[in-house]
Design a protein around this ligand. Structure first.
Ligand code: ZN
Length: 138
């Protein structure tokens, strides 16, 4: 896509700190990191989101995300990572080219994702969950 910032990074028309590249996927450092080593994993082909990405491309991205996560764990001595994808503007997607964030995590890093999560969960009735599971069956 012509005006897509990630397509331009893939084509090396924009600079980025790329540290992983294969035929289908690149991995580069987020210039606005949440933690040290915050990485974006991006397919070379343009897909907008989880809703339109090719299944094979998605499998490759997942596999590369595992490789990069292991490398980050080893090289930066982190204890964990969060993998985050936002699909859709309402979900917080700001670049309309599919990507995973890999966010390296260490104890006391002040991201506090788990406490934020706990503060947002809703009480829900079991009957409602049963209905919802029925509705979502494929
Ligand atoms: Zn793109």
């Amino acid at each position: 896509m012509q005006d897509c910032i990630f397509c331009k990074i893939v084509k090396k028309e924009l600079p980025a700190f790329i540290f992983y590249e294969d035929e289908f996927v690149i991995g580069f450092l987020d210039i606005n990191p949440l933690t040290e080593g915050h990485t974006l994993v991006v397919p070379k082909a343009h897909y907008e989101s989880i809703f339109d990405i090719d299944e094979e491309a998605l499998q490759k991205i997942i596999s590369v995300s595992q490789k990069i996560s292991k490398r980050i764990k080893e090289a930066l001595r982190v204890e964990g990572v969060n993998l985050i994808n936002a699909s859709g503007v309402v979900a917080g997607q700001s670049v309309p080219h599919f990507h995973f964030h890999i966010i390296p995590r260490k104890a006391g890093d002040e991201i506090n994702l788990a406490s934020w999560w706990r503060s947002k969960v809703k009480e829900v009735d079991k009957e409602k969950l049963k209905e919802l599971a029925e509705k979502l069956k494929t």
